[in-house]
Design a protein around this ligand. Structure first.
Ligand code: DC
Length: 430
């Protein structure tokens, strides 16, 4: 699986320097997405295209050839590395980058350049728009004062004449343009790591980001391994049974377990168990306190811990990437059900989801419908305080097909019904 790092943030935060350093150090392909917008700007200026002339712009975009190498930028075969960093490109690039057709075409190009490679991209909308599923997202920021100071220093070094006032105005103008753009405005992705570089030197920023990416890379490797199911061998089965026996004994020592409705698990065909989720002890309770093998679906992030990865593989836990359309995971679920295995899924999607008022996830109902299997609702009651009573109440299997209708939301309704049954079962104490 290719590894994608997205670095976003306003201009003057040191993104370029830091990203190019990280690319070398981590052996990633460096893609300066700003350079692609700069190339388009240069071409439009050269061809004297009116920026309102959408048809002409489309034509130019069809035939443009942009190539980025380690340290050079080529536009239609010509080295334009220096030209794109000067005026008039500087003063027009912001406007050009906000033209819808330009954006669409450059995003497509940036994705194509990255296709199948380990990459680090720097820009404004990488984590939010170009690669919303990037493995690492970093949002670099710095105060306006600091960015003015840095840009002014750069200008002096390059022999460019400017006053501090001009530089400040320019930075504020660009920030405003980038943040308030109608299409793909600059903003921090929800899952991006925010790094304020105001009081850090470039070396310190490089060190900090290197550490973040290195550790995410290690995590990604472990998580990816979670998707490779290990073979079922006698050895694996023995280890699983030993762990199961040992941990189940602990449950019996620490809790007074009461199970009801076990007859609802008797089918020889595959089915899905849906339970409420209080803490990690409940998933384990269902798996450990059952004669049958139950494979839970759990967030893939858990696989980043080596010990959990070992347990996950031993118990064939199916990883799923949260908030993403994880097709690999869905395929693993369907295959397991086809092999008449039992899956465990938490419709709340997270611990104490009901308390947090989360929308009930419809993944279990969706998979049940696709695999044509039933859902057994389970209510787990009790607080899991040592020596307290824990109720595990299995309900009657639910046939998802019976909810099917012309209403496009029928899967959601079926999911809500499953959750209602679960809640009812959590209150059953006899
Ligand atoms: O990073 P830079 O200064 O070279 O970017 C040039 C311009 O392109 C700048 O005005 C912001 C814009 N840009 C963008 O809109 N989206 C990106 N992903 C990268 C740059």
């Amino acid at each position: 699986m290719p590894f994608v790092v997205a670095i976003d943030g306003p201009s003057g935060t040191g993104k370029g320097t830091v990203t190019s350093y990280l690319a070398k150090k981590l052996n990633l392909l460096y893609i300066d997405t700003g350079a692609t917008y700069r190339c388009v700007t240069l071409k439009l200026l050269k061809e004297k295209v009116n920026l309102e002339d959408t048809e002409k712009i489309k034509e130019i975009l069809k035939n443009i050839n942009i190539e980025l190498t380690k340290d050079k930028v080529f536009l239609d075969g010509e080295d334009v590395s220096l030209e794109i960093r000067k005026d008039p490109v500087n003063s027009n690039v912001s406007q050009v980058s906000h033209i819808l057709e330009v954006r669409q075409s450059m995003v497509e190009l940036q994705r194509k350049m990255s296709d199948g490679k380990n990459v680090i991209l720097e820009g404004r909308d990488i984590g939010t728009n170009v690669f919303p599923n990037a493995d690492v997202k970093i949002y670099l920021d710095a105060s306006v004062d600091e960015r003015v100071k840095r840009r002014q220093k750069q200008n002096i070094e390059k022999g460019i004449e400017s006053t501090e006032e001009e530089v400040r105005k320019n930075i504020e103008f660009r920030d405003n343009n980038d943040k308030n753009a109608e299409i793909a405005p600059l903003r921090q992705a929800e899952d991006a790591i925010y790094v304020d570089t105001s009081s850090l030197s470039i070396k310190q920023v490089e060190k900090k980001l290197y550490k973040i990416i290195k550790s995410k890379k290690r995590d990604a490797k472990w998580i990816e391994r979670g998707y490779i199911q290990t073979k079922e061998t006698i050895h694996k089965k023995i280890i699983r049974n030993i762990i199961k026996y040992f941990l189940a004994s602990l449950y019996h020592i620490f809790y007074r377990i009461k199970k009801t409705g076990l007859e609802n698990l008797e089918s020889d065909e595959g089915f899905i168990i849906c339970a409420n989720h209080i803490n990690y002890l409940d998933a384990a309770a269902i798996v450990l306190l059952n004669k049958k093998k139950i494979r839970f679906v759990a967030k893939s992030d858990l696989y980043r811990f080596p010990i959990i990865s070992f347990l996950g593989h031993t118990f064939d836990v199916i990883p799923i990437k949260r908030g993403k359309n994880d097709l690999t995971s869905i395929k693993m679920c369907l295959k397991a059900l086809k092999n008449n295995e039992i899956l465990g899924i938490f419709p709340e999607g997270t611990r104490k989801g009901l308390e947090k008022n989360v929308k009930i996830k419809n993944g279990a109902a969706f998979i049940a419908d696709k695999a044509k299997v039933k859902i057994v609702p389970v209510g787990i009651g009790g607080s899991f305080k040592p020596f307290s009573k824990v109720y595990i109440n299995y309900g009657k299997p639910i046939d998802i097909k019976s909810f099917e209708s012309d209403d496009p939301n029928w899967i959601d309704e079926a999911s809500n019904y499953v959750m209602e049954q679960i809640i009812m079962l959590t209150n059953k104490k006899d």
